[in-house]
Design a protein around this ligand. Structure first.
Ligand code: HEM
Length: 403
């Protein structure tokens, strides 16, 4: 087997391991809510450890690896070493941030006479690995014509860069004395929004575009949808802030931007549903549900997701678990992962169950049917992706074809 293929398979299995550990951490949180058990760990720290491991060691390295391979296929030359090492570094640093987040969250820790926030330091090093990947990408693609896939990857990495500026900004607010709650919340949600709706969304759409049959979109329509998404992402990160912190005129702007997102997402979901293989069509269904979330903000006065905790968690997981994680698995199925059809089918079922288990806690579920059973059901459903994840880590042979 080609050495690149072996490295890709190892990165893939390690990323799936990160997904599995992060899913188990999410399940621990759910068991904590349902039965009061978290093994003595703080709830907020468990949540941060879960979300950071998912972002840094599951999504980012897997997406970097697939971007490298798709670009190599387009340029027929090997990916620069810098970019290859950056993917591995992002993975290792992603894992390294897990224990500090789990034990200390963002808090500083005393090491002798020095007081340092270990998780913030590892997260900062992570961003340096992202920059190294971006440098490799720019070198590899600067001379080639921008087709659809590259336009989406360009957009994804641009938002990753902008998200990182938000993160650096957060670490500068205290030393520069600009740490008002408004500025801190705006920078935090700029990071979260640009990372999850900018980088992740556009990267997975780029993967989908490279693996689905062309057809539904003409170039003009494609470009319109991309511009609508870019304009929408640039503003809708404000939806993550409490509505009371956002000026009423800016809230209007967010509603219009949500309309841009909704229309752009509708365009891409039609493409996925009509032209994708079976595993991409399921991803397309989650994209439709995401679009519905944005139509709801556009059409319902006063609708502001972050003011509704349970609905926000549902939306996050429709996007990050349903659309993103199943999208990455669909890309793996066609490249690095051997013997996956059954495993991915089981994972799809487990993911759908987790998402459904979040519904009873939201306003969409009839009040009289709510009860303590909801938390228990969500806790047991959370074990599904953990079990399938372990199955994938332990029993997945490398694919024979080079991605
Ligand atoms: C595999 C199944 C998953 C389970 C069981 C799970 C579970 C959870 C739980 C219990 C929470 C806390 C909810 C609350 O605050 O009430 C949470 C929040 C979150 N999860 Fe997941 N999750 C899963 C998948 C994912 C994936 C794949 C991602 C990202 C790629 C992700 C990213 C997040 C984020 C960003 C938050 C919000 C963190 C915050 O508000 O600080 N989750 N998840």
């Amino acid at each position: 087997m080609h050495p690149d293929g072996i490295r890709d398979h190892l990165v893939w299995i390690a990323s799936v391991l990160a997904f599995t550990i992060a899913a188990a951490t999410g399940a621990l949180y759910r068991f904590g809510l349902a039965y009061g058990f978290t093994g003595g760990l703080d709830f907020t720290n468990v949540r941060h450890a879960h979300s950071h491991l998912m972002f840094f060691a599951w999504v980012t390295p897997a997406v970097f690896m697939f971007i490298s391979r798709r670009v190599e296929a387009l340029t027929t030359s090997s990916w620069p070493r810098l970019g290859q090492w950056a993917t591995v570094a992002a993975l290792v640093l992603g894992f390294a941030s897990y224990v500090p987040f789990l034990l200390f969250g963002y808090s500083p820790v005393s090491l002798g006479s020095i007081v340092l926030p270990p998780s913030v330091i590892v997260a900062g090093l992570n961003m340096i690995a992202w920059y190294a990947f971006m440098a490799g990408y720019v070198r590899q693609t600067r001379k080639i014509k921008r087709g659809r896939v590259l336009i989406l990857f360009d957009g994804a990495l641009m938002f990753l860069f902008l998200a990182s500026l938000g993160a650096w900004g957060i670490s500068l607010t205290v030393p520069t004395g600009n740490d008002s709650p408004l500025i801190s919340a705006a920078l935090t949600h700029l990071f979260l929004g640009f990372f999850s709706e900018g980088f992740i969304l556009l990267a997975v759409l780029g993967l989908a575009e490279s693996f689905t049959r062309p057809g539904v979109f003409g170039n003009r329509l494609f470009e319109t949808c991309v511009w609508l998404l870019i304009a929408g992402i640039s503003v809708t990160f404000l939806l993550g802030m409490p509505s009371a912190m956002v000026d009423p005129s800016a809230r209007w702007l967010v509603r219009i931007a949500s309309g841009f997102m909704a229309v752009g997402l509708t365009g891409f979901s039609v493409q996925m549903l009509r032209r994708g293989a079976h595993s991409w069509r399921i991803v397309g269904v989650f994209l439709v549900l995401k679009a519905v979330g944005f139509y709801a903000v556009l059409l319902t006065p006063g609708m502001w997701w972050s003011d509704y905790a349970a609905e926000r968690v549902l939306y996050f997981h429709l996007h990050l678990l349903g659309f993103t994680s199943l999208g990455i698995m669909a890309a793996a199925r066609e490249t690095v992962a051997g013997r996956t059809p059954d495993q991915i089918r089981w994972m799809t079922g487990a993911v759908v169950l987790v998402v459904l288990s979040l519904l009873p806690m939201t306003m969409f579920w009839p009040g009289p049917l709510k009860g303590a059973w909801m938390l228990k059901a969500a806790a047991w459903a959370a074990l599904g992706p953990v079990l399938v994840g372990f199955w994938m880590v332990l029993f997945q042979r490398p694919a024979l074809k080079k991605p």
